[in-house]
Each structure stands twice: as C-alpha cells, then as structure tokens.
Design a protein. Sequence first.
Length: 322
Amino acid sequence: MSAGRARLQVLAAALLFSTGGAGIKVAAFSALQVSALRSGVAAIALLILVRGRIVWSFPVVLAGIVYAATLTLFVLSTKLTTAANAIFLQSTAPLYLLLLGPLLLSEHFKRRDVIYLLAVALGMLSCFMGRPDATATAPDPGRGNLLALMCSITWALTLVALRYVERDHSRPGLGMSAVAAGNLFASIAALPFALPLPAASTGEWITIVYLGVCQIGLAYVCLTAGIRHLPALDVSLLLLVEPVLNPVWTWILRGESAGSCLQPLATATDATRQTPSPAATMPAKPTTFPHASSRSVMGASSCSVRPARSDPKRFRLIACIA
C-alpha cells in the first residue's frame, strides 16, 4: 500500500471515529452500559471480520489491555463533559508520542510537528481554566475533563502498541487481534456494572449497534491497514480530523455546544460578529426599479432589509471549528 492510500485509510477511520460523541450521549444508557454494549458489539463484529482467528501473544494482550482502558475512559469522559472537550483532550496524544515514538519505536519527529503541537498544548490548558458549567449532556465537566486527559495517555500508548505489532510483517493480523481483544476486555470489565439493561427505544438500540459495528469495527479496519505503513506520530496527526468533526455531529444531533477547550476562540469570534460595522448602522435605502409597480417595489424593499435569523451558539461553534 502506498503512503497516500494509507493516509486515506487513516482519514476514513477518523471520520468514523468522529461520530462517537453524538452516539455515546444516547440518553437511555449509562456510561458503563454504553461501554459494555458498544465494545461487545464491536468484539462480535471484529471476530466475524477476522473469522474468529485472533493471534494471541504477549504484545497483543498488552495492546488489548491498554486499548480497553482507552475505550472505557473515552465513554466515561464523553458522558460527563462535552464531546468537544472529551475528544480534544484525547487528541492531545501526539504530545506524548513526541517522547514515546523515538523511545519505543525509534521514529523521530520533525520540527514543524513540535510547533504545531505547542498550539495543541495551549488548547489543552484552556480546558482546565475556570469552572465549566454543568449541562444536561455534560453533568460533570471537571471530572470528565480529567478522565479525558487520562484517556489521551492510554490512546497514545494504544497507537504505539498498534504500530509496534503491525510492523511485524511476518505475522499479519496482529493489529486487528489487539483491537478485538481490547473490545472483548472492555465489554467484560463493564458488563457487571451495566446490568440490568434499560428499556430503550429502537433508535437508541440502533445507535449502540452502529457504535460497535461502524464507529469501532469498520474504523479500526481502516486504521490498522493504514498504521502499518505510517509512523505513529503521522497517524496521530491525521486523526486530528476527528476532534474537528466530533463536536459538529454532537451539535447537529444532540444540540450540544462547544466545550471550554474551544470557548476562548468562540467568544472572540462572537464578539467580532456582534460589533456592528458602519455600513450596518446606516438606514437602508429603498430600491426602485423602472416600470415597476409600487407593490413590487415594496416587496423588494421589505425583502432586502429583513434580518436573517440565526442561532448565536451555532454560529460560535461553526466559526470556532472553522
């Protein structure tokens, strides 16, 4: 596989990963119920994809354990804080890969990577500035942010582990084996705390199945195929597409606004938007057209000065993500 095609595989995985925030916030299920069911469905789907053949080895088991911790921490953090904060903090994993890549994989970074990741570090610090307000979809942002920060560390270790096992071309399929094992471990660990299951609607059950089959299963088929041919840091940087799209899906499907990680930029953008320009303060002049009736002129004039309706919160989110 060429490097270009490998990058497309990783980007496809990021697109599927980005739908997780909106799906995990399904109302009928608790965090541990989502974790148990999502990983259980994913484990079944992955076992079908690999035809039940899991290659067991010490690196696979170790990678599976670290990945299981990532799965569980991400669900817990997404349930407690905003999807934007949870995914942004998890996506600070490249900061740790600057150290782990050269140390564990002998893969070195470029100077431009350091400059870019400094901006990511500043964004991470903004997540912990002040005391974020609790909302219906983010009941405990402070604790959720801390869990998301822990998740970023285990996610960095997961990428290192997957890169390590996939570099062994003499034993193909180790990456998928680690992913299947990790989902199995995560589901088994959360299942005792997930029972009894709630009475959920058909749509909510479909969401759980989607999370397991597509958001995890299909996504990791793409990721493990791409990571075999790319350095771990490059993969982690390509996966930064996920934190851009994740809050957008959550806003569209759940009505949740951006979290505190993105709030400083959103506030500045909103202030700029609310400052009237000189042209906006001038009264609108009626438009006249030759040979037009007074009724048509009034209609054109009223249409030209009618203010557009918009949602300030949605504007702030779009402007911030852009």
